[in-house]
Ligand binder design. Structure first.
Ligand code: ME8
Length: 519
């Protein structure tokens, strides 16, 4: 089927500030969005997956100055590191956008002009607290004065400085009712529900107009007609989601096909920007609203917040080196309930590798394919009549696709994996109870025929499972499907059972146990 005949699906991640090396939180966001993008592709959608870097703003400029590097060069160098990380993580993005890209400047200017034309931008005086680290404005009530006389944002604990500037403002206050109506009419717009409730209360408490330009530095998109101002970094950053699909050319094929986005994947600290500011900007600019913003939790190192000063920031590349890419991807998506905070530790990762991957999955593939090699001439055996046990297991496996679809549509990948692993657990119990090796040992024609049926059923379940875990573990799932002699790997192929007579390659282990290195 050509792309045009398939339903469209547009997914984005937040675009990271490339002001340092990417951390495991970034990797988590990319991997989770990638699993969704891959799931949709395998399910027949024409997917557009956007990720990238957010290169403007005071934080980027200050960090570049501190490192003694021109900011353009600093941004480009670090952006490349993020793009390389995506590639190492097997993240199947369709475009890696940089907010310094030329088309993005044009898109930002256009959204500004549309908001201006709608009467929502005016010149005023800003005085208040600004956190460069968060690139966010705070009211006095949102800050705390510390004993040493410094002031921080109460929520994020980052330092804030008093700022007084003549700025352009966005009439955010005018959008309070429209936003509340949006949350009411489209409860699915913000997920999980706890985040939605927080935002509803925040907006109900009243919205102040938002300062959207800065004059104290110049690293940003110039305000049209007022080059002494640059746009507030979040105006330009959020706009990346429409630049990525062709804005301002709203008649372009990409814009027509992919906008509005199906889901923006973001972390919890930037919920307000995506669920209050962004829809308000779009309403003002007369652009359709995205369908959903899914807010994932934060990742902590053994329950502690990662910070450079504590020295417990984990480099995602190191994790991949230590455990292997697919094990890291699986761990993050299986262990953490998507939408909630999560922790990772060496022991937890090793537990998942050795139990879920090695024992329950890899080992079953090995045991069944070895028996096929030994007893069935290395080809998928022809089954006899199915017993009740056989049918129950096949039914369970055949129900997985619908279950996974529902879970992925709610961005609950951990529940999809849980359902898959429950099926693997059943299959392991079935395999032990049916004991095909004992049937082989008995050697009667009935027992040999029964062994063939048990192996067939096991291979069929493993085929379905391997197809369904591809979004999470693309590399190793593909190796398992090779082991099972399967070329047809999309979700539509699940309905066609494994064919007797297919030649299987020599069995090879795909999920080895993790063995602690001796030092
Ligand atoms: O916020 N665990 O960029 P960023 C999980 N440029 N996710 C985490 C995390 C953690 N410990 N720390 C950060 C920005 N994140 C803006 C976004 S979008 C138009 C502009 C998530 O590099 C964070 O919540 O600080 C965000 O979704 C992403 O990583 C990038 O964070």
């Amino acid at each position: 089927m050509s792309a045009a005949d398939r339903p469209a699906f547009y997914i984005t991640t937040a675009i990271a500030y490339p002001n340092g090396a990417p951390h495991i939180g970034h990797a988590y966001e990319y991997i989770s969005a990638d699993a969704i993008a891959r799931f949709k592709r395998l399910d027949g959608y024409d997917v557009f997956f956007l990720t990238g870097t957010d290169e403007h703003g005071q934080k980027m400029q200050q960090t570049a100055v501190a490192e003694g590097i021109p900011v353009q060069e600093f941004a480009a160098r670090n952006s490349d590191v993020f793009e390389a990380l995506d590639k190492t993580l097997d993240v199947s993005f369709d475009r890696f956008i940089r907010t310094t890209d030329e088309d993005h400047q044009a898109a930002s200017v256009e959204i500004w002009q549309r908001m201006l034309a709608n009467g929502d931008i005016y010149l005023g005086n800003y005085s208040g607290w600004y956190s460069v680290r968060d690139e966010a404005f705070y009211t006095e009530e949102e800050t705390t004065l510390l004993d040493d006389g410094t002031r921080i944002s109460t929520e994020t604990k980052t330092p804030v400085t008093w700022t007084e500037e003549s700025n352009y403002f966005f009439r955010l206050s005018a959008y309070q009712d429209k936003l509340l109506a949006l949350y009411e009419e489209h409860p699915e717009f913000i997920a999980p529900a706890t985040r939605r409730n927080e935002i509803v209360s925040y907006v109900k408490a009243g919205l102040k107009d938002l300062s959207i330009s800065r004059t104290t530095f110049d690293w940003g998109v110039p305000v049209p007609g007022h080059p002494d101002h640059v746009m507030y970094v979040w105006v330009d950053a959020l706009t990346n989601y429409i630049t990525g699909v062709g804005f301002p050319d709203t008649e372009s094929a990409a814009f027509q096909r992919f906008w509005p986005a199906d889901v923006h994947i973001i972390g919890k600290d930037i919920t307000r920007f995506h669920t209050v500011y962004w829809p308000a900007f779009l309403l003002s600019a007369g652009v359709e609203l995205p369908k959903r913003v899914f807010v994932h939790g934060f990742l902590y190192n053994k329950g502690e917040k990662m910070s450079k000063s504590v020295g417990n920031v984990v480099d995602p590349l190191e994790l991949v080196d230590t455990y292997g890419l697919d094990a890291v991807r699986f761990f993050l998506l299986r262990e953490i309930s998507y939408g909630q905070d999560g922790s990772y530790s060496h022991d937890a990762i090793v537990g998942r590798i050795n139990t879920d991957l090695a024992n329950e999955f890899g080992n079953l593939v090995q045991r069944s394919t070895k028996l096929v090699a030994r007893d069935c001439g290395g080809v998928v055996p022809t089954p006899g009549e199915f017993t009740e046990d056989d049918r129950a297991l096949l039914d369970l496996a055949n129900g997985l696709l619908d279950r996974c679809r529902a879970e992925y549509d709610a961005q609950q990948m951990h529940l999809a994996l849980e359902a898959i692993w429950l099926t693997l657990g059943e299959t392991n119990r079935y395999f032990s109870a049916q004991a095909p090796w004992a049937l082989a040992k008995s050697g009667t024609p009935e027992d040999l025929a029964r062994e063939a049926t048990v192996l067939y059923v096991t291979l069929e379940v493993l085929r379905i499972v391997a197809i369904l875990v591809q979004p999470v573990m693309p590399g190793s799932a593909s190796k398992i499907l090779d082991q099972l002699g399967q070329q047809n790997r999309t979700f539509a192929d699940i309905a066609t059972p494994i064919v007797p007579g297919v030649v299987l390659p020599a069995p090879e282990p795909v999920y080895p146990k993790y063995i602690e290195p001796k030092d």
